[in-house]
Every structure is written in C-alpha cells, then in structure tokens.
Design a protein around this ligand. Sequence first.
Ligand code: MN
Length: 468
Amino acid sequence: MPGDSLKTYRAKRNFEVTSEPAEGGESNEDQPVFVIQKHWASRLHYDLRLELDGTMKSWAVPKGPSYDPHDKRMAVQVEDHPIAYNQFEGEIPKGEYGAGKVIIWDEGTWTPLEDPRKGYRDGMLKFEMHGRKMLGKWALIRIKSRGSEKQPPWLLIKEKDAYTKPASEFSVVDELPDSVVPLRDAAKKSGAKAAAKKAAPKKAAKATEPTKSAKPAPSAKTAKSKSEAAGAAEASTGNTTRQRASTAGLPGQAAELPAALKPQLATLVEGVPGNPKDWLFEIKYDGYRLLARIEGKEVKLFTRNGHDWTHKLTHLAKVLQKLKLKSGWLDGEIVVVDDKGVPNFQLLQNAFDSSRTGSIVFYLFDAPFLNGRDLRQEPLETRRESLRGLFEAGAPDELRFSETFDARPQDLVASACRMGLEGVIGKLKSSPYVTRRADSWVKLKCSQRQEFVIGGYTDPKGGRVHAV
Ligand code: MN
C-alpha cells in the first residue's frame, strides 16, 4: 500500500523544516508519469522517479542519463517518494536529509514495455519515456548488491532506437542542464494564446502538460524567478535608469545600451521539446554569428565571442547606419549566398581571404535592444515584430530579415538538408533573450540518418516516430 511504502520516506524527513511534501499527489493510472530531479546534495545526482502503483519508485543516478547505449549509468534504488514530490523544486534546508537545491530537470510520462510490476520485482524494467529531454526506450537493470540491501544498485541504460546518440556527440545532462519548469510555463502561456485563436488540439495540450493534474508546487516559481533575476542582473549592468514603460505601445523597458552583449546560443537536440506549435523555425545559416551595436551614427560589429570586426566589415557598418536607429543591439548571422541561393561558408571564407567582403549579407533574427529599450524579457515574437518593423520602410539589400517557416519541424529539416543547408534552428516563441546557451533555442541538424526524429508527443497524425 502507498501509505506503507512511504514510511521510509517520511521517517527520513522533518516536514516542519523541509518544504518537501509529506504525502499526496494524484495517481495517473492510464498514463503513469515520471520525473527526473537534479539534486545538488552532498554530491550532484539525478533522481529518476517512475510512477507505479500510487508511488514514485526512485533511483539516484550520480551521472544522470546518457543517450549512448554503451554508457551504463549507476542508478541506486532509494525509498519510494509520494507523487506530489514530482512538483518539488527548491532548497532542502541545511541539516535536513538531502540538503541542497532541487530542480525538475525533466518530466513527462512513461510506458512500460513489459509488465512493470514483475519487472520492478525481478530487476529488469524496460520502458519508453515521453519527456522533454528523455525520449525513446530505456532499461533499468538491477545488478548484484555487494552489501546493504536497502539501496540495491541498478543500471540505467539507453536501448538502441532512433534517439540513440554516441556520447562523443551528445551529452543530455550537459546540453540541457536547466529546469523544465520555465518551458512548461511558456508552453502554457503560448498554449493559452493559441487556444484563444482556435481550439488547441487536446492531445498535444495534454501531452505537453503531463502532470497538470498535480497541484502546482509552492516552489515552482523558483526557477523562473531565478532566470528572471539573472536577466535583471544583466540588464542593470551599467544602468541605473531602468524603469517601466510609461508610454503605452512600446515593448520592453527603457534602458541604456550596454557596451557589450553576449549572444543567446542554441542547444543541439534530436527533436523539438514539447509542442512544435510553440516554436518558430528558421534556417540554420552556415556563416558567422554577428552582433551589431548601434548608437546613433556609431555602428560596431562583434563576433559571438565579443571580438570587434567592424574594420573587417566596414560596408555592413555603413549599411546599418542607413537604418537611422537611435540605438540597438541586433543579432544575426553573416553569410555569402551562392548561386543556388544557399548560404555558403566557403564563399564567406573566400570573401574574407580576398578582402572583398562586399557580397556578404547580414541575416537579422533578433533585437535584444532597440531604440532605447531593453527587449530581452519580451517574448521572441515581440522582439521579432520590432525587428521586422525596421524592414518595413525598405532596407538595404545587404540586410535581410531572417524569415521563419511554418511547417512541421521534421519536414523543414528534411527540406533544409536536401537544399544543402546545415539544418534548422527552433526558437520557443514565448522565450526571453538570454545571454548564454539555453534550451529555448535549439539546433536541429541534418544527420546522416535520413529519418528525422521528432520528440515523443507531437502531431499524432504521423509526427511521432515510434522506436522500433
Ligand atoms: Mn536526491
């Protein structure tokens, strides 16, 4: 019985001190859920929890999961947790059991591939995961215990399927390090917007919120406010006049233009997390990332590492002056387009080598700052609208607005690859601009494998690739 199975869990904790739940949470009998919590206890580890018979069966995985079937990740079985624990994010106080920070690193549903009760008892669980980061087939296999039977050791192993990736190419814990809670909030917001326009497909909405029946955690805001705080800290650098807009209609906040800006970087993924409708898709240009800082007539061009390339690209600086912006930081990629219209990195190299840089065009895709305002906390869609506004009166040919494509991501990647492009960039429509690598911008690259794998719970009419 669940009550009994939580005895150990409760005995280890003092619920007057810790904000972890003592019990509770609704069970999801037709579609059991999973959660992986990243836990900075005395040692960082990942707590994998699978719902079974009204509780969360739990394993502490020191290194976290790997998409490489050769990696056998130690997973130490720990005490059952209540289902309500799935919503826990926050800080376990010093002196308490498991003291340290906890984030919800991934969540979703899981499907046992064999009888899960027998599998759990016999030490051989095979299942499919439908999360944001955890997709495809996985196995948990119990190994011989050397000493204490209280915490039997298991191994977490990726089973071969279309999601498999060599460890040398992809480390899911390194590339997708953050909490999924802000993504969940973002999906809800944009989902609500879409629902206002037309009824959102129920299946997709349900799938992106696999644990929505559970009560929101009291600390679920932690991650969001943390990232907002980080953004605010960046925004306030060298700026004391930050204030809310008093004039209606202008997005963002009044702000001084920072002297330097680190660009947001995309994370390489196998499929778009969540609902593809929440994402915008652009071509992945085969060029150099470039940021333009404009302050009146002064235009400076920086690489993504902050090197000043203005002297190498004087013609582009002049062209940007013609936009007559008061100020701004514009983000984009410079490319040379070959005769097929495909951005070509070799041509770009040649253009630099021969110092004839005249044929370089600058595809602009974001405007973190524009005309005295800091737009970074605005949704991507708002920033892009502001950027598009610059092109409405007609812009010089060397400046291009990076268009987005409205098609299923797997089709886009397939066409991009056929055209000789590198792949596709997906960006979460509702996401703020952050000056680091983040999960809200993803790279979908052409791979040698022809079939393109799209994340677990998308268009039920064929968008989903079942692992064979
Ligand atoms: Mn833990």
